[in-house]
Design a protein around this ligand. Structure first.
Ligand SMILES: NC(=O)c1ccc[n+]([C@@H]2O[C@H](COP(=O)([O-])OP(=O)(O)OC[C@H]3O[C@@H](n4cnc5c(N)ncnc54)[C@H](OP(=O)(O)O)[C@@H]3O)[C@@H](O)[C@H]2O)c1
Length: 267
């Protein structure tokens, strides 16, 4: 596995916390040269300091919601001499609110950050990968990108849309050496539920039990990095109950899934 990452330049979004931070720490130990992105520069600096090879790490603050600026940022990075081998689209924000209560600005934000930001960054980097005829684009979606769950309507919408986008892109790239891997986490122990948007756009600020009892980011990284190195098209990571069970029941017994999810209290 180490040989896949050694000396590769890897751009990770959402690197300031949770899954992205854990991936950064682990990848730096595996010999990767990292470009770390998210909004909070100070938090990225802390991650950089904690990495194995801080002197080789570049910090590029960006806001995925400002998706129209991502091409300029990417072009500047490439013009500075960076040859990005792997892009990990991980930055994102979740939701905890009923459709009937949610202001439209929240739906807009969830689509901008989770879908348009990821699409814009991928499209900005793609020509450079195509020119070199190599690259690997990894996108972290969610079980909520495979099934619909309550209080996450636009989060589900954005994450489902990413699967549609990247399956189309995968087909378009089939004659190239550019690979696509979709990672669908179940419940992972991070601050995602604290940072999730509520109906008025404010953060929930509390940790859900499901996240508190979720898989550790270390275990998540071990599975994710093996799957990426094997260039798996898609991988579900988390407990059986939060990944394979809902996805398989939805695929093979959709009416059963609809009954179960309607009665469940998913938090
Ligand atoms: N944890 C889970 O149970 C779980 C389950 C399914 C899917 N996921 C997915 O996993 C990914 C990582 O989430 P996490 O669990 O590690 O949560 P997290 O700890 O809240 O981390 C989210 C990351 O995204 C960045 N981010 C948020 N809004 C951004 C924006 N507008 N522009 C740029 N970066 C932004 C945050 O950095 P800044 O605040 O510095 O911008 C942070 O680094 C997300 O895509 C999430 O949907 C997580």
């Amino acid at each position: 596995m180490q040989s896949y990452y050694n000396n590769k330049t890897i751009w990770i979004t959402g690197a300031s916390s949770g899954i992205g931070k854990a991936l950064s720490l682990k990848l730096s130990k595996l010999g990767a040269r990292l470009i770390l992105s998210s909004r909070k520069k100070y938090a990225l600096e802390e991650v950089k300091k904690a990495c194995h090879n801080p002197s080789q790490i570049v910090i590029v603050p960006l806001d995925l919601a400002n998706y129209k600026e991502l091409k300029t940022i990417t072009d500047a990075l490439v013009q500075s001499g960076e040859k990005i081998d792997i892009l990990i689209n991980n930055g994102g924000i979740s939701q905890r609110s009923l459709v009937k209560d949610t202001v439209l600005e929240v739906d807009e934000k969830l689509i901008q950050v989770n879908y348009l930001g990821t699409v814009a960054l991928t499209k900005a980097l793609l020509p450079h990968m195509i020119q070199r005829n190599e690259g690997h684009i990894i996108t972290v979606t969610s079980t909520a990108g495979k099934v619909g769950v309550p209080v996450r309507s636009s989060y589900c919408g954005a994450k489902h849309a990413l699967h549609g986008f990247f399956e189309s892109l995968r087909a378009e790239l089939h004659k190239t050496n550019i690979d696509i891997t979709m990672i669908c986490p179940g419940f992972i122990k991070t601050d995602i539920s604290k940072n999730a948007l509520t109906s008025d756009g404010s953060a929930q600020n509390t940790m859900d039990d499901a996240q508190a009892n979720g898989m550790t980011t270390e275990d998540f990284c071990t599975i994710a990095l093996k799957a990426i190195a094997k260039k798996k098209p898609e991988v579900l990571i988390g407990s059986f109950k939060s990944t394979k069970m809902p996805v398989w029941v939805w695929r093979f017994l959709p009416n059963v899934f609809r009954k179960i999810i309607a009665k469940s209290k998913v938090t």
